[in-house]
Design a protein around this ligand. Sequence first.
Ligand code: UAG
Ligand code: ATP
Length: 496
Amino acid sequence: MKIEFNQVYHIGLRSIYGPSTQTISNLMFHSKHVKEGSVFFSIRGENQDGHEFIDEAIANGAVAVVGDHDEHLESLSRSYPECSFVLVEDVRKAMAYMSKHFYGRPDEKLLTIGVTGTNGKTTVSAYVRSLLNLLEKPTGLVGTTGIWSSKEKFKYKKSTPTTPEAIDLHHIFSLLDQQGDVAASMEVSSIALDQKRVEGITFDVAIHTNFSEEHLEYHKTIDHYKACKLKLFAQARCAVVNADDEGMGKEVLELFEGPKIIYSLLEESNADLKASHLEVGEKGSYFKLDYKGETCQAFAPVYGTYNISNVLSAIGAALHFGYSIKEIVEVLPQLKSPEGRFQVIQADNHPKVILDYAHTPVALTRLVEEVKKLKYNKLIVMIAGIGIRDFKKMPKMAAIIEGKADEIIVTVDHPGFHDPQIIVDQVMTGFKNPDAHNIHTALTREEGVRKSLHLGQADDIILLTSGCINNAQIIKGKEIPHSDEAIIEAHYLQSS
Ligand SMILES: CC(=O)N[C@H]1[C@@H](OP(=O)(O)OP(=O)(O)OC[C@H]2O[C@@H](n3ccc(=O)[nH]c3=O)[C@H](O)[C@@H]2O)O[C@H](CO)[C@@H](O)[C@@H]1O[C@H](C)C(=O)N[C@@H](C)C(=O)N[C@H](CCC(=O)O)C(=O)O
Ligand SMILES: Nc1ncnc2c1ncn2[C@@H]1O[C@H](COP(=O)(O)OP(=O)(O)OP(=O)(O)O)[C@@H](O)[C@H]1O
């Protein structure tokens, strides 16, 4: 593609040293991935400054460099006269707008639905994809569980755990558009908003789930975390807002002036969209649905009160796209849930195993409340300290589970560069009585799952919380394959 740098909108151009036009073949932000014809974005990160890798990028074939260090770019332009040095105000913002330009503004060809909140992003974005597909609007999905078109999962190497870097995101949007999808449902993390990965996208619908403490290892303060999440609503046409969320609901409503659908689980609320009279059946939940006074009975194949709230937010998105409550309720029984979110594994003569990604204090509290509504003899719960997250969260998980389960297994998820024993010790500080006979420890998730399974009998429930990113454990910077399901299957085979 031939590119004239001063013709690309909103990149915050300050100056161009060297040629103002180039023929480019791809966009990159890591010098080692640069190929012939790349544009290299030199980002100042937490550990490194991308400007230090410009020589390497050019040696690998970069024909243009985008940076914010004026003197450095100017001086390099004298050594590399054929290369364009594009000085911008903010490299991440320039990367977002240039990605949009390079891929032909694919975000504008699709209906985009962005989901933000502390808990429920993966679940809601998957519900939105499923619901819109059932309503015959082919919709893809971008998030923690991978990249999906309306039909299948893509084999796509993700650049981040949840919300892709702008270059990948616009590439994914263009793939969805080429495959005939008309909408994309995506998780938008606070970190992505802070790092401007979705800058330049106007979401057709922005969904808010809830807000509580999380990601302090990155944001440092809760106010910064909230301010980042709120940014999504400044770049949305319509909003779906959870009235029951005390964490951020009020702020979203104050900030957002466009069309909005407010949802609630409280019958007495004056929200637009409400679910009440919840009843749990064998295959899911029954509830009364009320949209602006129009009421009907509904069924969705999901468990847990908070998942009804998640279903409501997906319904809100469909309502914004013009579907009627009648059309939505008709297809709701076929709604598909994402894996690892209240995923029940049941085999004859074995305990019921529930896999759930709950990894925040609020999620664990809600989850255990819901599981306790089911029938069981003994409840066995595995919790984990996540090495790559905030250490202060770990004891809180222990305090929540103490006294609520018959057996507790404390293990480690994604130790990163930490010693697993230190992580387990940190979780243990949250128990009032860490020496209790029913509290067990395991230094790897694999061992934790095995221990939990050995403690269980038929009629028991084993709840395995926290969870995997991309079916792997992150250990010393590497992704080591891991699957709870494979361990469970092997255990079933051994004991049958
Ligand atoms: C902690 C964090 O914010 N990391 C992000 C950050 O990396 P960093 O600051 O560590 O980068 P760095 O190592 O200092 O390097 C700076 C720059 O130099 C470049 N470089 C570096 C070395 C080299 O040899 N050559 C080179 O060009 C790097 O590519 C980078 O552009 O900047 C990078 C470029 O934008 C991001 O890709 C990276 O996200 C990493 C992959 C990540 O794991 N992020 C997580 C924390 C994240 O984003 N999580 C959220 C939420 C997940 C959830 O839902 O809970 C998500 O949306 O995924
Ligand atoms: N609306 C909700 N309120 C409280 N807890 C929830 C809600 N939705 C889901 N959860 C809990 O949080 C866990 C994680 O859910 P989900 O993966 O959908 O959230 P997420 O925001 O995508 O988290 P992450 O970005 O870290 O993957 C679920 O397994 C469940 O235990």
